[in-house]
Design a protein around this ligand. Structure first.
Ligand code: AMP
Ligand code: FE
Ligand code: FE
Ligand code: ZN
Length: 307
């Protein structure tokens, strides 16, 4: 897993959408969780295991949204097909607004579209140097080396702070990812190093150019983007907002629902599952069948995998 690269045509794209009498088949027959991470980024399970866990949790439509990569798509597509689930291949694309991290979920984009692919590749590459520098800072005070972090990474997985957290756990320096983030990996920590990321506007545009649908992930957590910035993103082609997510505050959700209504945006709900790397459970928030259909109808980059 996490080693298959784009030489193969994505099966998701190869499978044609089935239409019967001109009507698209009914696909979202069951709950949908559209934000799941595998070990291709900072989740702890291979893509197929994420699909199995989602099926066991009762999901019938899922999206694999690893950070800045599509390398889990093939494995997830095969697993979803054999489980009889609908899969929306996706990614969680890193962006930055005034130094603040913004995550943009991208669904059903063309993984071969050069600009978006290059954007994600640049972020992935920069994440490696950034993590090395962060580990160098930690090594001033703790017994940790870059090799310890690499030992936590699966194949070509997108590197993130969770891999550093896992290395700190493996070395017995902290007990959990949570503790590592609270103690040494948060942005205000003296060890912290940021990674490069394009603006949310550039990311939204690139996703649209690649035929995908963009949805701002957990947009109402601490440090919500100002409404005028969100409105600029709508202008740039933003598809939707992930409103039901455990990190979104209640007042933030209310404000964003108004924004979504005013602009006819797609509204999603998701778990942001990371396996055992976070407490988030599959299906703790879900997306309505109507919204799943809107995403599928709006996308032109890749076909969903259908049962
Ligand atoms: P990075 O992409 O390297 O900046 O790391 C951010 C990632 O760390 C997010 O995608 C989360 O999955 C993860 N993360 C953030 N805070 C925590 C936490 N307190 N516990 C576990 N994982 C976290
Ligand atoms: Fe993550
Ligand atoms: Fe995120
Ligand atoms: Zn996520």
């Amino acid at each position: 897993m996490c080693r298959l690269v784009s030489a193969l045509p994505p099966p998701a794209r190869a499978r044609a959408r089935i239409t019967i009498g001109g009507m698209r088949e009914e696909r979202a027959a069951g709950p949908a969780d559209l934000h799941l991470h595998s070990a291709c980024s900072d989740g702890t399970e291979p893509p197929a295991a994420v699909c199995v866990a989602a099926h066991a949790a009762g999901m019938r439509t899922i999206a694999l949204t690893d950070h800045d990569t599509t390398i889990g798509w093939d494995e997830a597509a095969d697993a979803a097909a054999s489980l009889g689930m609908t899969l929306l291949p996706g990614a969680e694309v890193s962006a930055k607004h005034r130094g603040r991290s913004v995550h943009v979920l991208a669904y059903l984009f063309d993984p071969a579209e050069p600009q978006l692919a290059a954007m994600m590749q640049r972020v992935r590459e920069d994440r490696i140097g950034r993590a090395e520098r962060l580990v160098g800072n930690l090594a001033r005070d703790y017994d940790i080396a870059w090799e310890d972090v690499l030992a936590q990474r699966t194949g070509d997985a997108t590197v993130g702070r969770p891999h550093i957290a896992d290395a700190l756990v493996a070395k017995g320096i902290v007990l959990s990812r949570e503790e590592a983030f609270a103690e040494m990996l948060h942005p205000a920590s003296p060890y912290y190093v940021a990674h490069y990321a394009p603006s949310p506007r550039d990311v939204v545009r690139a996703i649209a150019r690649a035929g995908g649908v963009s949805v701002i992930a957990h947009p109402a957590g601490r440090g919500m983007l100002p409404i005028p910035v969100l409105e600029e993103l709508v202008e740039a082609g933003l598809g939707g907002l992930e409103i039901d997510h455990r990190e979104n505050t209640a007042p933030g959700r209310a404000t964003l629902r108004e924004l979504a209504d005013a602009h006819g945006l797609i509204v999603t709900g998701s778990s942001d599952y990371h396996g055992s790397g976070k407490p988030n459970r599959i299906g703790e928030n879900t997306t309505s069948a109507e919204m799943v259909e809107r995403i599928i109808a709006a996308a032109t980059g890749t076909e969903p995998v259908s049962p």
